[in-house]
Design a protein around this ligand. Structure first.
Ligand code: FAD
Ligand code: NAD
Length: 459
């Protein structure tokens, strides 16, 4: 049987573009790709990239404050100009979109700038009704934000909207306590917006190491975010050009903007899955094996639509591994166990890899090397901000099981610590590493004695 393509990719985001580009450019496959919106997907257009640029923008006030502590007595950030920033952001995202498009096209990928759905196990149907056949189909359609199913939810915004605002709100509510809620609260607060964050739990960033979560929760309050814990909205109502939010403690308040940062769901709506035997998890995520293959041998899925670990580098690695395996004759699957990540808060980020202390304790014996200190740079300026570094070590093998850093540039630090930890480094190897002085990161190689031990059966 002959096909129009060797591979047809649905979705031009992190996972889809990498797979298409490598299959066509490196392995000579005939590749088609459909993207219904902008090439680059969530990360480039409405996620990691614009978010991180806004995090950078939001640090001016804190930097000025710190510099006043260094003798720049008149240092002031002044007024943030949203119009000017947004224009630069638009130009940058346009540039990135063009780069993603031209890199894929240069590799030989045929891009169809329209929506696609599955018609059968080897056929996709484009929005204009054209049908294309392919030996293999890759579903890389990502996820979409979900709002809470409460009255008036249509009045609330989602994360995509932050980057498109006509003007910054004077007072904003962020609902949620995950990655997006905490990063967006940090950004808006730093840009001068009166920021309220409502989270139903006791501590933000569920799933992270509890000590890291405590520091993050405290920092959100310390930087001036009005963090309301144990609180959830029940209803939104229009009040003039503002929004009145009712909460489950019977209080109500008005805001200029309300953002639902309450999670994302796999974007499987109208994808034609009913025309195939592709299996799904109860939340809609596409079920795949360790090779990213679905229950249909010709159809694969990578990235957020599979709801494994929803991060850009993971989607990219899954897409790359899929083409190495299927087109490059280099079978490669992805280990989802040791994945570093960072939450870009300010002034301190939270960087993590491996087991949390809680998970390590559940697993068995663990030695906990942990230190909390005031970093030299901010302490000199008069700040009380604390940095935390923690290594979790298996006392039987001496292997480092996890590392958690709450501090300035923790994202950069955890990326480097992730290399030896992924290689299976032992604590002794960390200790054998000469420190770089004076840095904050040197603590990772100078923590000599466990702060606490958890040795079940011997305690
Ligand atoms: C605000 C925010 C901040 C984030 N920050 C980070 C971060 O700092 N670090 C990090 O690692 N991750 C971050 N993420 C997560 C990261 O963006 C995702 O994990 C990543 O983009 C997933 O890639 P993907 O290829 O699975 O899907 P996506 O990048 O979402 O790409 C899917 C593409 O498919 C297209 N599409 C969907 N359906 C169809 C269809 N039927 N036909 C044609 N096209 C279709 C979409 O338009 C989209 O372009 C963030 C996410 C958000 C929302
Ligand atoms: N720095 C990064 O790497 C980064 C940044 C942003 C997003 N991301 C990725 O995007 C994903 C999505 O981020 P997110 O923040 O939307 O999701 P999340 O799962 O991290 O957080 C969702 C939040 O919504 C709350 N929530 C859910 N249902 C609720 C309900 N019924 N009532 C009240 N609260 C409710 C949860 O308690 C949680 O705090 C992340 O899991 C992550 O994989 C990564």
């Amino acid at each position: 049987m002959t096909f129009d393509y060797d591979l047809f990719v649905i979705g031009g985001g992190s996972g889809g573009v990498r797979a298409a580009r490598v299959a066509a450019g490196e392995y000579g496959a005939k590749v088609g790709l459909a993207e219904e919106s902008r090439m680059g997907g969530t990360c480039v257009i409405r996620g990691c990239v614009p978010k991180k640029l806004m995090v950078f923008a939001s640090t001016a006030g804190a930097m000025a404050e710190e510099m006043r502590g260094y003798g720049w007595a008149d240092a002031e950030a002044g007024e943030f100009n949203w119009d000017m920033f947004r224009e630069k952001l638009t130009t940058e995202l346009d540039r990135l979109e063009r780069a993603y498009t031209s890199n894929a096209e240069r590799a030989g990928v045929e891009i169809h700038h329209q929506r696609a759905k599955l018609a059968d196990h080897h056929t996709v149907e484009l929005a204009d009704g054209t049908r294309k056949t392919a030996k293999h189909i890759l579903i890389a359609v990502g996820g979409r934000p979900v709002k809470l199913n409460i009255p008036g939810e249509e009045l609330g915004l989602i994360s995509d909207d932050l980057f498109l605002l006509e003007k910054l709100p004077r007072r904003a509510l962020l609902i949620g306590g995950g990655f997006i809620a905490c990063e967006f609260a940090t950004i808006l607060n730093g840009l001068g917006v009166q920021t309220v964050q409502a989270y139903r739990g006791e501590m933000v960033l569920r799933g992270f190491d509890n000590e890291g979560r405590e520091h993050a929760t405290q920092q959100l309050k310390d930087v001036g975010i009005d963090l309301r814990l144990g609180l959830a909205p029940t209803k939104l109502e229009k009040q003039g050009d503002r929004i009145c939010v009712h909460f489950d403690d019977d209080s109500s308040e008005t805001f200029d903007a309300v953002f639902f940062c309450t999670g994302r769901a796999p974007y499987v709506w109208d994808l034609g899955l009913e025309n195939t035997a592709v299996k799904q998890h109860p939340n809609g995520a596409i079920t795949v094996d360790e090779w990213s293959q679905t229950s249909v041998p010709s159809i694969f899925a990578v990235g957020d639509v599979t709801d494994r670990v929803n991060l850009t580098p993971v989607a990219i690695r899954e897409g790359h591994s899929f083409v190495d395996t299927v087109f490059g004759n280099k079978p490669r699957n992805v280990n989802h166990d040791m994945i570093a990540s960072a939450v870009y808060l300010r002034p301190h980020e939270l960087g993590s890899i491996g087991l949390t202390e809680e998970q390590a304790r559940d697993r068995g014996a663990v030695d906990i090397y942990s230190t909390v200190f005031r970093p030299m740079k901010s302490m000199f300026a008069g700040s009380d901000a604390r940095t935390m570094m923690k290594l979790l070590v298996d006392p039987n093998t001496d292997k480092v099981l996890g590392c958690h850093i709450f501090g300035p540039e923790a994202g950069e630090m955890i990326q480097l610590a992730a290399i030896p930890i992924t290689m299976g480094a032992t604590k002794a190897q960390f200790d054998a590493t000469m420190a770089v002085h004076p840095t904050a990161a040197e603590e990772l190689v100078t923590m000599r004695n466990p702060s606490r031990r958890h040795h079940p059966g011997t305690e």
